[in-house]
Design a protein around this ligand. Structure first.
Ligand SMILES: [Ca+2]
Ligand SMILES: [Ca+2]
Ligand SMILES: [Ca+2]
Length: 656
């Protein structure tokens, strides 16, 4: 008897496994033609995983009961209220830090990754129905094979820091709204290919080799990720995001050209204006020889030794002391006094430093000199039209990417930061200049008007920056540039909680009264987060059994086994109905029921074992014992099965 049961349960397992595999292969399919539809994400970066710790001076947490809200939570809430649907969560580049190649100070400034902190960050994102971009905030992790192996090991394991299956293995079935950002900004200067003799001699054509090198590393990442079964979107970065040798209109050539088996790749360009690249460079010619050399002070831009320096008497500095003998010194703002009246007014151009208030007195210093690149005797700066042109080029770069490589655009950084020498209205990493503000507004407008709309994360909403009055929210603090720009909102979709019963199987369609029937049921988590729920099995509204599933990861299938003891069941036709209790917040319940018909025959009668298959299934529809509700449920089940033939929509209803 025991061995007989074993055989039947094994048969059930095979059936259930087969149905589970069939289902899995459906959901992994992607749309075959054109671009797969992708969520359009908008939000802010800057906040770190380490900012998920309680802020003891914060308000009560809405996410973690009894805690004070972390800065991460407060920023997520603020973003949510402003109509953003995504938040970037950064952490220090483990491998760059480990091998002494991090350019941050301290090297782990962005915070060392912990699984606990990413869990907290995801819990916060889920609470606000947001997407989370998991950002390995590094630059130099493509330096050599040691770094690359370390980097892949960090993401996919085994790793002492991230576990046996790495970050991806630990979280791939924990939350559907993750976007992986494998590397923030690959620094192509760190690539071995960049130091080859040919590349040193041919810097412009060498960009192609650098991009090909970055493509190989990203492809390794993608291949390992997809082989692990992960289906999340992944962001690939243009090399010009960190810095490239191309002119701005050619930046589209530096997008890594990867392949993805499930077509879920975004390409990103970090959208900034770097001030020194757009103006004539300025220096203080300390030894007054009209040549940039030892002892001179660079003020704007990098200047090669022995470069000629020109005079423009309208380069003046903010005269803080009124002392007649005062000269320019490090840290003093410089203004181009266009109307040459010794006063800062609206027609003048800020050159560097924090822009003074209108009517501030200016003073010439003949040693304030510049590199007259176009040899016209006049210092050239930037203005709104410079911003408009740069924004246009960058927008065309994005359009070119999609036209050439086919991936949707999602820029994971962009903002008003324009280098330390930029003339800031408000200084610091969270500050802005009027021209860089104009630029990012242009970018936001272009991305918003584009069809399809392009995704963008702005930089930076974080509490770590030194910008005055940046408070908890950085550039999103009241009065900062994040509150000055105009942007359309992004769709915020409630998290789907959906448990579907995918099959019900029995060992025999006809059984003698008084015997036991094994019933197998499979449930699948079609929602976006792990779920706990009950599954009940009954016949004619009489409970056979109830089982609890305590944690079913996203996309996972759970097989459950019930035994129907027919000792007290009269011979006749019955419908066994399995129901999964609604997951928290589940709205559509049409697919949480499965039914199967079974004949209980008198155990004195001879068993006819030919009665399997569809004829019996449909016979159930006309059985007098079958209630109307059960018939509806079966019909609904058939409709559901048909509906579920459409791939992708199951796991990602948001994708359409
Ligand atoms: Ca000099
Ligand atoms: Ca003036
Ligand atoms: Ca000039």
């Amino acid at each position: 008897m025991e061995s007989g049961r074993h055989v039947r349960v094994t048969a059930l397992l095979v059936c259930l496994a087969a149905s589970g595999i069939a289902l899995l292969s459906q959901t992994v399919q992607t749309q075959g033609l054109g671009l797969p539809t992708n969520p359009t994400l908008g939000g802010w970066g800057g906040v770190r995983l380490k900012d998920t710790v309680q802020n003891m001076t914060g308000p009560a947490s809405a996410v973690f009961l009894g805690e004070k809200a972390s800065n991460f939570e407060q920023i997520a809430l603020r973003e949510n209220k402003l109509g953003y649907n995504a938040i970037r969560a950064s952490f220090a580049p483990y491998c760059s830090v480990r091998y002494g190649l991090s350019n941050s100070s301290p090297p782990d400034f962005m915070g060392n990754y912990t699984q606990g902190e990413l869990t907290r960050a995801i819990t916060i994102a889920e609470h606000f129905n947001m997407w989370i971009i998991v950002d390995y905030h590094g630059y130099a992790d493509f330096t050599n094979t040691t770094l690359i192996d370390c980097w892949l090991g960090f993401w996919f394991g085994p790793s002492n820091v991230t576990g046996a299956r790495g970050v991806v293995g630990a979280f791939m079935d924990q939350y559907s709204r993750i976007v992986w950002e494998p590397l923030n900004e690959p620094n192509s200067n760190s690539f071995p290919v960049s130091t080859t003799t040919w590349c040193m001699r041919n810097p412009f054509p060498c960009e192609t080799n650098k991009t090909a090198y970055a493509t190989i590393q990203y492809q390794l990442w993608l291949d390992e990720d997809r082989a692990a079964g992960d289906t999340h979107w992944v962001v690939i970065q243009n090399l010009c995001s960190y810095g490239c040798g191309l002119d701005r209109p050619e930046a589209y050539l530096d997008y890594p050209n990867v392949n993805d088996t499930i077509q879920r790749v975004y390409e990103s360009l970090h959208t900034y204006m770097y001030y020194p690249n757009m103006v004539e460079h300025v220096a203080y010619d300390s030894n007054n020889n009209s040549i940039y050399d030892s002892g001179d002070v660079p003020i704007v831009g990098f200047i090669f030794n022995n470069t000629a320096l020109a005079n423009d008497p309208r380069l003046e500095f903010v005269n803080a002391t009124n002392t007649p003998s005062e000269t320019w010194g490090t840290g003093k703002a410089v203004i181009y006094d266009a109307d040459n009246n010794g006063i800062y007014d609206s027609v003048d151009f800020p050159v560097t430093g924090t822009v003074p208030v209108i009517r501030t007195k200016l003073k010439p210093d003949p040693l304030l000199r510049f590199v007259d690149s176009d040899m016209n005797g006049v210092w050239e700066g930037w203005n709104n039209s410079t911003a408009d042109t740069a924004a246009r080029w960058d927008y065309l770069t994005m359009l070119n990417e999609t036209a050439r490589l086919g991936w949707p655009v999602f820029n994971t950084e962009g903002g008003t930061f324009c280098g330390v020498s930029c003339p800031y209205t408000i200084p610091g990493a969270g500050g802005y200049s009027t021209v860089s503000l104009r630029y990012i507004q242009d970018i936001i407008d272009d991305e918003g008007d584009s069809l399809p709309r392009m995704g963008q994360l702005l930089w930076a909403a974080a509490s770590w920056m030194k910008t005055p009055n940046a408070g908890e929210f950085g550039s999103l603090n009241p009065g900062q540039w994040g509150t000055i720009i105009t942007t359309d909102t992004f769709e915020i979709v409630p998290i789907a909680h959906t448990i579907t019963l995918t099959s019900i199987e029995i060992t025999d369609a006809t059984i003698p009264a008084g015997t036991k029937l094994e019933v197998g049921v499979t449930a699948r988590n079609m929602g976006e987060v792990p779920e706990a729920f009950d599954v009940t099995l009954d016949y004619s509204n009489i409970l056979i059994g109830q089982q609890t599933v305590y944690n079913l990861p996203v996309g996972a299938v759970q097989a459950l086994f019930f035994t129907w003891d027919t000792s007290n069941v009269q011979p006749g036709g019955y419908v066994l109905e399995a129901t999964s209790g609604p997951a928290r917040g589940q709205n559509g319940l049409s697919s949480n029921t499965r039914a199967i018909s079974v004949s209980v025959v008198s155990n004195t009668r001879k068993i006819n074992d030919a009665g399997t298959g569809s004829s019996l299934w449909f016979a159930a529809l006309v059985l007098p014992t079958a209630s109307v509700a059960v018939i509806i449920a079966i019909a609904a089940g058939i409709v559901t099965v048909l509906r579920h033939r459409r791939p992708v929509s199951l796991l990602k209803p948001r994708d359409h």
